[in-house]
Write a protein that binds this ligand. Structure first.
Ligand code: G6P
Length: 610
């Protein structure tokens, strides 16, 4: 989704901005642009392009545009089509602005500004902000004051960065419900919506909080709260390594990330267990005292992360005896849930920036939840910063829009949470040891299941011409079927639905014919025989089955059934293991179909707007 990068320096910053945008590309966007002033000429120049950042880069190179101060943006269209005109930055006379978020009252403001003579050339909500700042700038000589006055009138979410031709050494920024960070350099400073965009130039960051504003110059930066009081904030050192964001020898980020899973799982477990038990302080120093009081858990998340939460519900109730509700954040945030005493509120997110999840957390903080905990892949994200407890998954940067290694590492993190809560209740020490031992073996099982890649590549050819598909699972494998269906939808654009297989006879069986591939996940376990009966019902109606089955489950290939044998694994880690072949299937189907695997149409990696 939209991304912001800005810089103010004594050298030419064009390539800093372009590299920053490239680092944000994975979030999904449809156009990009940059606004620059070169102090030698003091002339404000804009350059925009639809499509990829590489197209913008080419345009910039051709034009030879250079600057010492500038802001750049990747846009994911909300108001108005992806066109050059609608791309950011937006300009109002000598003011130039980029905006992440959505302004809800833009139409009203637009009408007002028109009365003052402003002409609108785009359909965006963001252009309104440029004119509004310009309007306010006429009443004061200070860009920061103008930005504050404008921000006061905005309803909605925003991260804003702006500058003016009159002062080519000053960037002003503001945030509300959309992240912004200041990057500190040597005699130059930067701004971005995600620190990752600036990791090639700095490892020192200052996060802006909601309602705050800042002035940034080459020499310094100053932060102010909404009442204009100066804010002192320490500079944080980014602890993560500067990760390579190239694809290495892989064709796509997604396949690279699928194959990185053994390492990601291992890293997520590192330091979180000892002597065959989990170390619950991994969730934070306060965790043991909080966990002692937990009587139930409310999980809230979106997309793939929501599926991870759904798996955790099965584990929590089965192994720990702790009641658990799971809900998508976009629903939860507008509901008035009944909060039982001693409920732990858990958010799950790869990015830690998803607008609905953040809003749900904010809502939860107003209610009488016991405490908030986030399971997140980005330590410096707003979600982690705003939660009482956190467990950071160590998946490493995930660039492909379709989440893979983030999901499997979330499942590990959730299993650690289940054990922490379970050991206070019905989980025996033996059970904990067994679960932890299975987790330690997970990277090896994961590497083994990745060996199925070529088999799955062959099977994927059966799907290229299909328009629909049905995914089935039982028990804890039902959310895995949901996740498999989501992966196919996201990147191959094949319609996919997932059902708990016991529900087949209540509707979806009517869809089954020879054109409808039915994909089933069938690890060993109590529900295997029940699943087999459900699959018989599909075969009897002429459906073609693709069964990802435990190698010992006794499935046989025939005209109607293609069996993909999955190495036998302990039941407690089966949801993680069976996710992987479904990821591979979605990947190969998408490659066969020639879709944009890493940046599928209409989707974004981090959904920072509602
Ligand atoms: C977007 C992404 C999904 C992701 C979801 C939630 O829709 O395309 O891959 O699962 O957001 O994101 P989060 O970062 O909160 O896990």
């Amino acid at each position: 989704m939209c991304g912001i990068v800005g810089a103010v320096a004594n050298r030419n910053i064009t390539q800093i901005l372009v590299e920053g945008l490239k680092r944000l590309e994975y979030r999904g966007y449809d156009s990009a642009g940059v606004g620059l002033i070169n102090r030698d000429s003091d002339k404000l120049e804009l350059c925009k392009s639809i499509g990829k950042v590489a197209d913008l880069d080419e345009k910039l190179c051709e034009s030879g545009l250079k600057g010492n101060i500038g802001i750049a943006h990747t846009r994911w269209a909300t108001h108005g089509k992806p066109t050059e005109e609608n791309a950011h930055p937006h300009r109002s006379n000598d003011i130039v602005v980029v905006h992440n978020g959505i302004i809800e009252n833009y139409q009203l403001l637009r009408d007002e500004l028109k009365k003052h003579g402003y002409e609108f050339i785009t359909q965006t909500d963001s252009e309104t902000i440029a004119h509004l700042i310009h309007f306010e700038f006429q009443k004061t000589d200070s860009l920061l004051q103008a930005l504050k006055a404008a921000a006061k009138q905005l309803k909605g979410a925003y991260a804003l960065a702006c500058f003016t031709e009159n002062n080519p050494d000053l960037l002003c920024i503001a945030r509300k419900d959309s992240p912004l960070v200041i990057g500190i350099g040597i005699e130059e400073n930067y701004v971005a919506s995600d620190p990752m965009a600036l990791r090639q130039v700095t490892d020192r960051f200052v996060h802006l909080e909601d309602g705050e504003f800042a002035e940034i110059t080459t020499a310094d930066f100053s932060i102010f709260d909404s009442e204009s009081n100066p804010v002192e904030r320490e500079i944080e050192l980014a602890k993560d390594n500067v990760e390579s964001i190239d694809k290495g020898t892989y064709r796509h980020y997604m396949i690279k990330e699928i194959f990185e899973q053994p390492k990601a799982l291992k890293n997520t477990l590192l330091g979180r267990t000892g002597d065959g038990c989990i170390l619950e302080e991994s969730f934070g120093a306060e965790a043991p005292a909080i966990f002692d009081q937990v009587k139930q858990v409310q999980i809230v998340a979106c997309g793939t992360s929501y599926h991870a939460g759904t798996v955790a519900k099965y584990w929590l109730e089965d192994w720990a005896g702790v009641p658990c509700s799971v809900e998508v954040a976009s629903e939860f945030r507008y509901r008035n849930p009944v909060v039982q005493d001693n409920t732990l509120f858990v958010t799950i997110s790869q990015s830690g920036q998803t607008a609905d999840t953040l809003a749900a957390l904010e809502e939860a903080k107003e209610k009488n939840y016991l405490a908030t905990l986030s399971i997140c892949n980005v330590a410096a994200s707003p979600l982690v910063r705003q939660s009482d407890l956190a467990l950071i998954t160590q998946a490493g940067a995930e660039i492909g829009v379709a989440s893979t290694k983030a999901f499997t590492t979330q499942l590990i993190a959730l299993q650690l949470l289940v054990i922490a809560l379970g050991r206070r209740g019905k989980m025996t020490a033996e059970k904990e040891k067994e679960l932890v031992s299975n987790l330690m073996d997970l990277p090896v099982f994961c590497a083994a299941v990745l060996q199925l890649n070529n088999t799955i590549l062959e099977v994927s050819n059966h799907f290229t011409e299909k328009h629909h598909s049905l995914f089935l699972g039982r028990g804890v494998q039902y959310p895995i079927a949901l996740e498999g269906a989501l992966k196919i939808k996201e990147i191959s654009y094949i319609h996919a639905e997932a059902y708990p297989s016991g529900e087949l006879k209540h509707g979806p069986l009517a869809l089954v014919d020879s054109d409808m591939p039915v994909i089933a996940v069938a690890p060993s376990g109590d529900l295997l025989e029940k699943l087999k009966s459900n699959l018989e019902e599909v075969a009897a109606r002429g459906g073609k089955l693709y069964v990802f089955a435990d190698e010992n489950a006794g499935f046989r290939n025939d005209d109607q059934v293609i069996v993909i044998n999955v190495p036998h694994c302990p039941e407690s880690i089966a949801p993680i293991i069976y996710t992987i072949p479904l990821q591979l299937l979605a990947y190969h189907v998408a490659v066969n179909k020639g879709t944009d695997v890493d940046q599928p149409r209409n989707l974004a990696k981090s959904v920072t707007v509602e």
